[in-house]
Design a protein around this ligand. Structure first.
Ligand SMILES: Cc1ncc(COP(=O)(O)O)c(C=O)c1O
Length: 363
């Protein structure tokens, strides 16, 4: 039986990304890896050893974080509608929590007046130009507490932190800074604030890699200015997910069959999209560079380009990994590699269709 499909991680690359994020010059900072991007315990152990903390959005991932050994003060919990029993549990464990509604806030303040919660913030902004940003922030988003509602509350001095998540896969640093700057303008109204959590969203683009040096300089300047206004050092929290591991892994599967149809080659893998579900969840945004190798591991010789559909071996009609153009003569036994497979890939595995969860190997 083939040892494929498998996810293969290059830990040096993961370490490189952790170092880049950690090099943000602002001293009072805490970097929390977003566990939804990759919840493999080995991955979490690795980033923990690199000095990262963790951000979770569910009880299951909280439990995982604890099993991996993250201490309560290394965990941030931000979700949307957190039920009261979960809030009780988080308070009991002393875990930093960002609340997402006025109901949750009232419950927290009524029951735990000794502990200052954080708030997941929302506000509308002219900077929200494209449709995708609206899922995360602004009037069309379902998330967060509208800061204009919060500003009218008496409880402003009971808020310990403000959290913002602008969106995902963003490489435009000015775009991010516009939101962060707006947040600091609101934040001055909260006298006991201890931290600003600016979320994640740092984009993966091999042609224009995220410029952490520029980002770090801009964010540090902003945090220093904000701290000066508040007369104390405010902690910076970040929650990077995708960027930490995305480019550090590939998903490998073996070709089991090849068919010809209407001038197109159909390459069938010994795998299913349920094992690599990002193209299913995000059909327009999942870009995973394809490479073909012979069974001996060598790249296939370059030939004339042709249209190819790379598909799974289930009967699900949408089990299509990629519709692409390849310059290789693909044969059964060859190996297909999909790049950018280290984030939001293995963690999206679904039992739909009955395929095994692929192994994940860390080199
Ligand atoms: C609140 C929050 N923080 C951080 C992240 C990680 O985002 P990214 O992987 O884009 O860095 C997410 C992802 O959904 C999120 O919802």
């Amino acid at each position: 039986m083939s040892s494929l499909p498998v996810y293969l991680y290059d830990t040096k690359q993961i370490a490189g990304h952790c170092n880049k994020i950690a090099s943000i010059p602002y001293p009072q900072k805490s970097i929390h890896f977003a566990s939804m991007a990759n919840s493999n315990p080995e991955f979490l152990h690795f980033v923990k050893n690199q000095g990262l903390h963790i951000f979770v959005n569910s009880l299951k991932h909280l439990q995982l974080a604890e099993e991996v050994g993250f201490a309560p003060d290394q965990i941030v919990f931000t979700a949307s509608s957190v039920d009261y029993s979960t809030l009780d549990l988080l308070y009991g464990k002393g875990i930093r929590v960002n609340l997402d509604s006025i109901n949750q806030l009232n419950y927290w303040l009524g029951n735990y007046p000794d502990s200052l919660p954080g708030i997941r913030c929302n506000f509308d902004s002219e900077a929200i130009q494209n449709g995708r940003a609206g899922y995360f922030i602004g009037d069309k988003s379902r998330l967060g507490i509208d800061l204009s509602d919060l500003i009218d509350l008496d409880a402003k001095d009971k808020i310990g932190g403000l959290h913002l998540y602008v969106g995902t896969d963003i490489t435009d640093i000015e775009y991010l800074m516009k939101f962060y700057t707006t947040l600091t303008k609101w934040a001055v109204h909260f006298p006991n604030i201890q931290y600003l959590d600016l979320g994640g969203g740092f984009g993966v683009d091999s042609l224009h890699p995220f410029d952490f040096e520029r980002f770090g300089a801009n964010v540090s300047d902003l945090m220093h200015s904000f701290s000066a206004i508040m007369n104390r050092e405010i902690e910076l929290i970040l929650e990077p997910g995708r960027i930490v591991g995305a480019e550090a892994a590939c998903f490998l599967a073996q070709v089991v069959d090849v068919k010809e149809r209407a001038g197109r080659q159909i390459v069938v893998l010994n795998a299913s999209l349920s094992q690599f579900p990002r193209p299913l969840f995000y059909p327009d945004e999942a870009h995973h560079p394809v490479q073909i190798f012979s069974p001996d591991g060598n790249p296939k010789p370059v030939l004339v380009q042709r249209k190819v559909g790379i598909v799974g071996c289930s009967t699900y009609s949408r089990d299509v990994f990629a519709e692409t153009v390849l310059a290789a003569d693909v044969q059964p036994g060859d190996v297909v590699s999909f790049g950018n497979a280290g984030s939001y890939c293995a963690s999206m595995f679904t039992e739909f269709l009955g395929f095994e969860k692929p192994k994940e190997l860390f080199l």
